[in-house]
Design a protein around this ligand. Sequence first.
Ligand SMILES: Nc1ncnc2c1ncn2[C@@H]1O[C@H](COP(=O)(O)OP(=O)(O)OP(=O)(O)O)[C@@H](O)[C@H]1O
Length: 605
Amino acid sequence: MANGATSSSGSSKLPAVTVRMLQVFYLVEVQVALVVKKPPASAGLKGHGRAGGREYAKSTFEKRRPYTSAGGRVSALEGGREEEAPPAAGAVPSAQWASGRQPEAAAELILLRGIFEIGRDSCDVVLSERALRWQPIRPERLTGDSKYDFLHKEEFVELKDIFSVKLKRRYSIKQQGSGTLLGITLFICLKTEKNKLKDSTLDLINLSEDHCDIWFRQFKKILAGFSNRPKSLKILLNPQSHKKEATQVYYEKVEPLLKIAGIKTDVTITEYEGHALSLLKECELQGFDGVVCVGGDGSASEVAHALLLRAQKNAGLETDSILTPVGAQLPLGVIPAGSTNVLAHSLHGVSHVVTATLHIIMGHIQPVDVCTFSTIGKFLRFGFSAMFGFGGRALAVAENHRWMSPNQRMDFAIMKALAKLKPEECEISFLPFNSSQDLEERRAQGYPKSDCNDQWQMIQGQFLNVSIMAIPCQCSVAPRGLAPNTRLNNGSMALITARNTSRPEFIKHLKRYASIKNQFNFPFVDTYTVEEVKVCPKSNSSGHHPEEDHGPHETASGNCFPWNVDGDLMQVASEVHVRVHPRLINLYGRSMEEMNDSKVTCSCL
Ligand SMILES: Nc1ncnc2c1ncn2[C@@H]1O[C@H](COP(=O)(O)OP(=O)(O)OP(=O)(O)O)[C@@H](O)[C@H]1O
């Protein structure tokens, strides 16, 4: 992957080093098993939506009595009256539909109005340009009853949360042809707790072919209007990720949802390390709207690197020394199937396969900052985060013990790197993050960066670990992230340095990542918000004793220093220059800030 540097990858990842270590500490020292808190069962919903306390699960229809027993409901279902609203209409009296939560409903253009059975009720259903609203039809009451009104208030789902529509039919064994029409099923993306998304269905039951056909075509038309949603995806699946579960994850959880959404896929199962990179160099991507990686951080980083490299070539840029890279042309989806899934977790606020899949289906796009790594003017690779020192060494040890199982290997590597903890003598220079107007203006005028900013700062000494992170690097055991003050797209990186200290103090610092206490509140830890960093190790460092090491990767053997870039081992002999490039790649997802700010969009929740 890298020019002028050797690179290999493993199941052990940059934050995995720290993450795994935290797990080991908990097991070995505290003797408390780390329990990744499972989300509470979603109010007994069994994975489906809820309409005002009633489930509208897929099986709802089958569970109920035949419609004929529902008295007045029969005519509603069989002779459902639909009204296609005239284009400029919007004049349907809407006072009865508008609730306190959605005052804007009254102003919306109404597209269709008709009767469907939803849950157990015959409902007056209104499709407007923004939402589908429904309210049970009840006999008129002479006296007002506010409790009654509360129980039967309007419910709605916003159209932007619908990702597919199908005609619902029942097939009997003897039946030939297309089966008996039961109505329409809408597939909806719902936000649940802790940034998770889930798929749900809403059945609109009506036996009339004509009625359903009009509504079905209208929903299709609405869905076709969401031009940001992908129609065709290139999938790259690493069957070796974590405990080799990526294939199962994809075919059991991801593919069925993509099929429902009508997304075409072309799947490549990678056969060797670097396969995704070489494939994406050459393959035709014209017909695809996005690329999806099913695997861990190493795979995701490799695919991101490949897409960016491809973009530079397509733009006719020299890839030996990339100064101002152009952005990737296709968005990248990351389905977490690795051991730590830091990228997916940072992106979605949770490492959850269905959430990641739904972000792809809904076409949610999150621009993300990317770093370039180069040495003495020579481009090495793209990446999101890196560790030098302890993090690099631990990964190097793991690489030398690939015959072990992934978890064993990481435990062993962390213990060994801690046992041999030693500082690297180096010089670190960095350009502090500065988004002042003046600086931006000077850059816009084409001044070289060196002329725009002479604020380079330099620190030197012995460092146990140096982390450089353009994304927050969140994961289940470090929920705030290894770099909690960094955002996905704020154009800056966190530079975190741990100077030489005693082993127990360093371990204390590492353990803080899993706690609510500030992991940086140690006299030997410094943090900076930066745009560029140069790490220049001193080759005659007192810390290197090759005779103590047992593998080719574990130290600066042959004057190469191990770096951990998104879990890939990168060995570089000299200075490494890291620069952040704001919003260089679009990932499918939505930042946690947005997710937290967003309102619940379905009244069913
Ligand atoms: N068929 C394969 N055999 C061996 N290695 C592969 C294969 N396909 C891909 N790889 C390589 O495996 C490396 C690690 O995979 P990946 O990151 O997906 O899993 P992981 O290490 O288990 O997860 P995490 O990064 O979350 O810890 C990638 O860099 C990739 O190049």
